[in-house]
Design a binder for this molecule. Structure first.
Ligand code: SF4
Length: 238
């Protein structure tokens, strides 16, 4: 059980120590969802280097950049670990394509959310099934709706703790870590891509633009795919 005292201890611990506290508390029941973004590569580095008992997984939507697959290969080669890969249900994808078109997500927010639900949210739900703690690489700076996120929160709907160990890290903190430990990262980051998702839905950003401005750039609504906003989450502590 995670209580206020433990939260304080975790918040004042280094990243490796914080992850160790969580895995000691819930051995075998901790999972980490990686999109292979820079933040996620930091966490992957800590988990793999310290041999922590965490299921590390990623979701292959079928529409990822080649650079993302190439990074996946480099990461598994570097750490000699296997990352679990979840795929969408083929029948869901077929239904979407038949009814909305191969790139139907450009036509409406509803279509886009439907595609994200089929290709991302449903595989995520399978990956989280049975877990007691879900580690994410979210940072508060990334977007307005992440600003108020606490480091640890309880999801009533999913019945698990969501642990955001980098929530207070700055972009520079993250870059410092990647450089210091020579952690592999996507070559797209060197071409102006900051937040990277599916290839047809991600573009590079201009200097001064919001970090997530390159995601679903044709939309003006909130830039979320539903992975972190679909379920109501009760904040244990703000
Ligand atoms: Fe579909 Fe684009 Fe969402 Fe990927 S990001 S699941 S291609 S709508």
């Amino acid at each position: 059980m995670i209580n206020e005292a433990l939260i304080q201890e975790i918040e004042s611990s280094s990243l490796p120590a914080a992850l160790k506290i969580i895995t000691d508390l819930y051995p075998g029941d901790v999972v980490f969802s990686s999109s292979l973004g820079q933040e996620d590569q930091v966490i992957t580095d800590v988990i793999y280097k310290n041999d922590l008992p965490v299921k590390v997984f990623t979701i292959d939507t079928g529409r990822l950049f080649n650079e993302t697959y190439e990074l996946l290969e480099r990461t598994t080669a570097r750490y000699k670990k296997t990352m679990q890969i979840y795929f969408p249900e083929s029948s869901d994808v077929e239904d979407f394509v038949v009814n909305k078109g191969i790139n139907g997500f450009y036509e409406s927010v509803e279509n886009r959310k439907s595609c994200c639900f089929v290709r991302k949210v449903k595989p995520l739900n399978r990956a989280l099934n049975g877990a007691k703690v879900w580690i994410t690489g979210l940072r508060a700076e990334q977007s307005d709706n992440r600003k108020e996120m606490p480091m640890i929160e309880w999801s009533e709907e999913r019945q698990l703790y969501k642990f955001n160990p980098l929530i207070r890290w700055s972009y520079d903190d993250m870059l410092d870590y990647l450089n210091k430990f020579n952690v592999p990262y996507s070559r797209l980051h060197d071409k102006g891509f900051i937040s990277i998702g599916c290839a047809p839905c991600t573009r590079a950003i201009e200097p001064g633009e919001d970090a997530r401005a390159g995601r679903w750039w044709w939309e003006t609504s909130q830039k979320e795919c539903g992975l972190h906003s679909a379920t109501p989450v009760e904040h244990i502590r703000n």
